[in-house]
Design a protein around this ligand. Structure first.
Ligand code: TMP
Length: 211
């Protein structure tokens, strides 16, 4: 199973990724957990460029291509080999992030961003995606509180209008693909979110694989 987590920063994805990984392992599944951009040596170098460069140094199309390049490397080096070996993969962000942050956030449009990602991934899609929905105000507040004494990264420095476009696009994508994308209210208690996520994952597990 290929599971992805999406949403604005500060929505609590990381906590839930850890919990889901533990539960899948307890159910006898072998897991690989990774993240974007990054997850490979090439991807980590691209992550550094994407998040640490001066704001004006990366043009919007370059940004979309670099995220897609990191993704292509991750699919080839980590995700596909793991799935082929029968492991489950959890990925913190995937193609939906580029459609939201670059396609709509940077106003590059859906078509071009979808096309480069189709090329990058060979069309590999997540089986299930958890969208952590949080308001822009809450996301900004949590990010700023977590960065005390540290500068915001290149994406985090963008204005509220940008993050409203990103959130709206995530929600639009979820409406288009309700069977794949599960929208979670990220303001719910972490224990409740864990149960909700597990409910969706468990019903997709092959019965004979559950211990
Ligand atoms: P994170 O690892 O803290 O989630 O940081 C990754 C940042 O990169 C986050 O602000 C979202 C952004 N991002 C994009 O803009 N496009 C993408 O395709 C991905 C994967 C992430």
């Amino acid at each position: 199973m290929f599971i992805t987590f999406e949403g604005l920063d500060g929505a609590g994805k990381s906590t839930q990724i850890g919990r889901l990984k533990a539960r899948l392992e307890a159910a006898g599944r072998t897991m690989v957990s990774t993240r974007e951009p990054g997850g490979t040596p090439v991807g980590d170098s691209l992550r550094h460029i994407l998040l640490n460069s001066e704001a004006e140094a990366v043009a919007p199309k370059t940004e979309a291509l670099l995220y897609a390049a990191s993704r292509a490397q991750l699919v080839a080096q980590v995700i596909e080999p793991a799935l082929t070996a029968g492991k489950d993969v959890i990925c913190d962000r995937y193609v939906d992030a580029s459609l939201a942050y670059q396609g709509q956030g940077l106003e590059l449009g859906e078509q071009g961003v979808a096309a480069i990602n189709q090329f990058a991934t060979g069309g590999l899609r997540a089986d299930i995606t958890f969208l952590f929905d949080v308001t822009v105000a809450t996301s900004r507040e949590r990010v700023e509180n977590s960065r005390i004494g540290q500068p915001l990264d290149r994406i985090e420095q963008r204005d509220n209008a940008y993050f409203h476009r990103v959130r709206d696009e995530f929600l639009r994508l979820a409406k288009l693909e309700p069977d794949r994308i599960v929208v979670l209210d990220a303001s719910n208690h972490p224990d409740d979110l864990e149960e909700e996520i597990w409910h969706h994952v468990e019903k997709r597990l092959p019965v004979n694989k559950i211990i």
